[in-house]
Design a protein around this ligand. Structure first.
Ligand code: FRU
Length: 298
């Protein structure tokens, strides 16, 4: 029988409700559709660590040939990922990391670098605008997820060159617009002078912009920075083009790359690199139209 073997891949998603994760799933499905002999099954943990552990356990019970996982938080998912790996199942970790080294490979963009670029942009902008002091409020992602830590740390490195820049308030909005809105209200009301809003993703940045405007603050006097830059109507590139955000950073989902590596591991027996680092790009009003075209915005 020369028919190619059918491969079963489990894709464990942290939270389908977030648009960026929907894009990741779509890219995985589109890439997989090019290979008729692989079947991908998706689970959605709805931002619940215990649910995501159970999702992977179910995959292991049913039998999968390879696991792709974008873990909700690092520590709670480390053990189940290690179990899969120790059973000899190749594991591709996407975007958010787990602890330790018990997985096959990690694919994602450099979140520390993105944070540093955002910080350097802030430091430069504050100098050019002669904001002294230059007051920043930060909206952070889910605390136990590695990009939140890395985007926060990188930003602090990036602003270090300008002593006028001060982070005057920092709150955890768990990556969610609906949490970012009330937290932005509280931080804006508590701080009459806010120069910069740095949010760890675009949905939180856009929610903060909207809140500032609704509170009667002049949003044009505040620098709004987000991350993700999805080329969709509600996404970050469009938000820059429409003047809600000033800057955002392309954070590729890695969905297509994960499927390519799955094929190379399963079919060609390749040993992948430990890490595949995806490129980012700074999106500003100067290049937003061009990047909208480049990334096939629609
Ligand atoms: C979606 C998301 C993105 C962010 C990524 C970080 O859940 O919050 O907006 O860039 O996760 O892991």
């Amino acid at each position: 029988n020369n028919a190619p073997r059918q491969w079963r891949i489990g894709m464990s998603q942290a939270n389908n409700a977030e648009p960026w994760r929907q894009a990741m799933n779509d890219q995985i499905a589109a890439a997989a559709a090019r290979y008729p002999h692989i079947r991908i099954e998706f689970t959605d943990a709805r931002q619940n660590n215990a649910q995501q552990v159970a999702d992977v356990e179910t995959f292991l019970q049913q039998g999968i040939d390879l696991l792709i996982i974008s873990p909700n938080e690092a520590t709670p998912l480390t053990n189940i990922v290690a179990q899969a790996f120790q059973r000899g199942i190749p594991v591709i970790v996407l975007d958010r990391k787990v602890r330790g080294d018990q997985y096959t490979m990690w694919i994602g963009a450099d979140n520390r670098l993105i944070g540093r670029k955002a910080g350097e942009y802030t430091a430069r902008w504050c100098r050019e605008q002669q904001r002294s002091p230059c007051n920043v409020i930060e909206l952070r992602g889910l605390e136990g997820s590695t990009p939140a830590q890395e985007r926060g740390d990188g930003f602090r490195e990036g602003i270090a060159g300008n002593p006028d820049v001060r982070i005057i308030a920092s709150q955890n909005a768990d990556w969610l617009a609906e949490r970012a809105a009330p937290l932005s209200r509280a931080m804006l009301e508590a701080n009459p002078v806010v120069d910069v809003v740095y949010a760890h993703n675009d949905p939180m940045a856009i929610a903060s912009f909207t809140m500032a405007r609704d509170l009667g603050r002049d949003p044009d006097s505040i620098l709004f920075i987000g991350i993700d830059a999805l080329p969709t109507p509600d996404g970050g590139i469009q938000a820059v083009r429409q003047g809600q955000l000033d800057v955002t950073y392309v954070y590729p989902t890695g969905g297509a790359e994960a499927v390519e590596w799955a094929i190379r591991i399963l079919e060609r027996g390749e040993t992948p690199p430990r890490e595949v680092i995806l490129d980012t790009e700074e999106v500003t009003r100067a290049n937003a139209d061009a990047l909208w075209q480049k990334y096939g915005g629609r």
